[in-house]
Write a protein that binds this ligand. Structure first.
Ligand code: HEM
Length: 404
């Protein structure tokens, strides 16, 4: 829990502190970015950065904006399980770039499904169903005990990984056979659009990258979006300021005009709300490392092959860094100093600093932009939200939504 030691470990992978994720995760996620180190990690990471890194957020914003409008367009006078809905926020636009405007009227469709149908036409809806079912099993399998017996989550997850691979391989085959070009991540991976990357990924690596992107951005973005709604509900003064900031942007734009990069950069209070939510409702409690040799840390010898849980959660509640640490106070982030603090490890650090950081913040911010400028809401009430060991609403988080 020592912030200095945690930071040292994150910054010193080269000294033999490599990722040490559990067997279930490695077996099911494959030889992905979290399982590799050294030069292999470098090229896999560079490729990922070319798909989801900060400079890309600028290009991805118009689509993100469009999908978010669609996702939020039919919530009026409904009771929404925000936990369920924000899952869709996290999945938005991983694969597919175009939206079929004809199906906008059927907007209760999940954003992911909308994208699937659009790209793949008639037969894709069946692929979507298969994919989502398998992906959910895969997800649960990665956090299970690695006991390969029929009926266990690990066994289901293992099988699901085989099926996900099969579905993605089919998808790639079709895309390669198609003469049409798309402007999405899959296209980028297949056609090697990025000429700055000298290393060309093989098909197995491409599939690993797709699974990694879906996996890493899934719970992080959705839980943060849900918790931001919760904190804003409980703190009307913060909601008021957030609304003012976002209405000011809407008022200087035409109704259908999407958010652009300058808007996003100007949303300082929105960003502060996202950061304060990430701090208070810690989605990733820590990261795992493994020693490649005996190593001395703070006077203790950690033997070769031991795992270290770099537990970063408690740093978020350090009263010296964050006075009144359990108070939701987005204003503490406004001057930007805390974001660059040495002990701000919400997105990890060193060579593994989250490559999807700005994309994740952009997704939650765009969601909040449209949510608070379109709707007001009340909690149905009586539902519990647990913050440890996982942030979740065991029975959902239901709100009654009305157009402003
Ligand atoms: C907004 C919420 C997010 C949080 C709090 C978060 C947090 C983190 C943390 C703590 C790590 C470090 C893991 C380690 O050191 O082993 C990490 C790595 C990573 N994140 Fe995120 N993340 C978020 C969003 C995303 C999104 C949206 C994506 C992708 C679209 C993404 C992709 C990744 C990948 C691929 C890695 C591995 C990097 C590497 O090993 O080099 N993350 N993230």
């Amino acid at each position: 829990m020592d912030p200095e030691l945690n930071r040292y470990i994150l910054l010193n992978e080269k000294k033999g502190l490599i990722p040490g994720y559990p067997k279930s995760m490695v077996d099911i996620l494959g030889n992905n970015i979290a399982a590799v180190y050294g030069p292999t990690h470098k090229y896999i990471r560079n490729n990922l950065l070319s798909l989801v890194g900060t400079p890309l957020v600028k290009n991805l914003l118009p689509k993100l904006d469009e999908y978010m409008r669609i996702l939020l367009s039919d919530w009026d006078c409904k009771t929404i399980d925000i936990q369920d809905k924000t899952m869709e926020v996290s999945l938005i636009f991983t694969f597919f770039d175009r939206i079929n405007h004809d199906i906008k009227s059927n907007v209760s469709e999940m954003a992911f499904l909308v994208q699937f149908k659009q790209i793949a036409e008639a037969e894709w809806s069946s692929i979507y169903d298969r994919f989502k079912t398998e992906f959910d099993k895969l997800y649960v399998g990665t956090i299970s005990l690695p006991i390969y017996l029929p009926g266990t989550n690990y066994h289901h997850g293992f099988k699901a990984r085989i099926n996900v691979t099969k579905i993605l391989a089919e998808l790639m085959e079709r895309r390669r056979a198609s003469a049409a070009t798309c402007d999405d991540m899959l296209e980028h991976l297949l056609r090697d659009v990025d000429t700055s990357t000298t290393y060309k990924l093989n098909d197995v690596e491409i599939i690993d990258q797709i699974v990694t992107i879906l996996y890493s951005g899934y719970e992080t973005v959705s839980t943060t979006s849900m918790m931001a709604v919760k904190y804003l509900h409980d703190h009307p003064e913060a909601l008021q300021q957030l609304r003012e900031e976002n209405f000011a942007i809407r008022n200087r734009k035409k109704a259908e005009e999407p958010l652009d990069w300058d808007d996003l950069k100007s949303m300082k209070f929105t960003r502060s709300v996202v950061y304060e939510t990430l701090r208070l409702a810690t989605v990733i409690n820590g990261v795992l490392r493994k020693t490649t040799d005996d190593i001395t840390l703070n006077g203790f010898v950690i033997p070769k092959g031991w795992r270290i849980y770099v537990y970063t959660r408690e740093i978020n509640y350090d009263p010296i860094l964050y006075p009144e640490p359990f108070k939701f106070n987005p204003w503490r982030w406004l001057d930007g100093k805390l974001e660059s603090h040495n002990y701000f490890l919400v997105f990890g650090g060193g060579t593994r600093l989250c490559p999807g950081k700005e994309l994740g913040v952009a997704k939650v911010s765009t969601f909040l932009h449209y949510f608070v400028t379109t709707y007001r809401w009340e909690e149905v009430g009586g539902e519990e939200i647990v913050k440890f060991p996982r942030v979740e609403a065991p029975n959902g988080y239901h709100i009654n939504v009305k157009k402003i």
